[in-house]
Write a protein that binds this ligand. Structure first.
Ligand code: NAD
Length: 265
């Protein structure tokens, strides 16, 4: 018996095998979930199809989340394929590369708009189409980062987008609670993925967090395990929350003096 036997859901945001969304998908599949995948752009198709096939998934459709008609089309296809849904995973973020280095004060209007549209508004857009397909209730999960709360140099406008995303989780949790749909976020520690590589200095941050966090660096499997909990009946009355899966990094006020020594020489 799997925790997700008979449950169906959509996963947005698999780009390749390193994607956090893929870690989540694997964890859900291990518990018997039936999954559909949506990817952004034809370039990713050849990566996502074999991954989906490897876990017996036949629903793999393109959808650019900045395009309302594409989202409408995707949900119509999902309704035809699945009938109803039990969960949705939103693991999507984007900001133009030039916004992810240097000074936040130099953020362009267009860069700000794009980051907030792709990384935050898309959750609203997907939730609005998903909830009518969840007549028996359900769960929605998104991915955030500590840069929403504390300044993380180079993360810049993405930190602002994640702050908006975390507030969006709370407002959606209120609205959709009436439909017995829960909405939560996981705040993950750094994981080496395509999106992460776009943030200047990522490799150094990864190393630093690995030294500072009580449990060191995390993996996409760690996120998958927490996602499995938040999307399952075990989290039945948990909504509007941000759960840290960051090896405990967020509790630290200062690094171990040994690590400080490494930094200061
Ligand atoms: P990733 O590059 O594997 O995934 C990002 C996904 O966003 C890709 O699949 C990409 O195709 C998709 N995407 C971008 N623009 C899109 C659009 N217009 N329409 C549809 N999809 C679009 O990287 P990841 O690290 O797995 O990122 C997944 C989520 O996890 C993101 O929200 C990211 O901010 C968050 N996160 C990542 C880390 C990390 O260190 N990797 C830490 C905390 C949170």
């Amino acid at each position: 018996m799997g925790l997700f036997d008979g449950k169906r859901g959509l996963v947005f945001g698999v780009a390749n095998k390193n994607s956090i969304a893929w870690g989540i998908a694997q964890a859900l599949h291990q518990e018997g979930a039936e999954l559909g995948f949506s990817y952004a752009g034809q370039v990713l198709r050849k990566r996502v199809i074999p991954l989906a096939e490897s876990i017996g998934s036949t629903f793999v459709e393109e959808c650019d989340v900045t395009d309302d008609l594409a989202i409408d089309r995707l949900f119509a296809q999902a309704q035809d394929h699945f009938g109803t849904l039990d969960f949705l995973v939103h693991s999507i973020a984007y900001a133009p590369r030039e916004e992810l280095s240097g000074r936040f004060v130099d953020t362009s209007r267009e860069g700000f708009r794009t980051a907030l549209d792709v990384s935050c508004y898309s959750l609203v857009a997907l939730a609005r189409r998903a909830y009518p397909l969840m007549p028996h209730g359900g769960a929605i999960l998104t991915m955030t980062y500590y840069g929403a709360e504390k300044v993380t140099p180079n993360y810049n406008v993405m930190g602002v987008a994640k702050a908006a995303l975390e507030a969006t989780v709370r407002y959606l949790a209120w609205d959709l609670g009436k439909h017995r749909i829960r909405v939560n976020a996981i705040s993950a520690g750094p994981v080496k993925t395509l999106a992460a590589a776009g943030v200047a200095g990522f490799r150094k941050s990864l190393h630093y967090v690995g030294q500072v966090a009580p449990l060191g660096n995390i993996t996409q499997q760690d996120v998958g395990n927490a996602a499995r909990f938040l999307l399952s009946p075990w989290a039945d009355h948990i909504t509007g929350q941000v759960l840290y899966v960051d090896g405990g990094y967020n509790i630290m006020g200062a690094p171990d003096p040994e690590v400080m020594g490494e930094l200061t020489g």
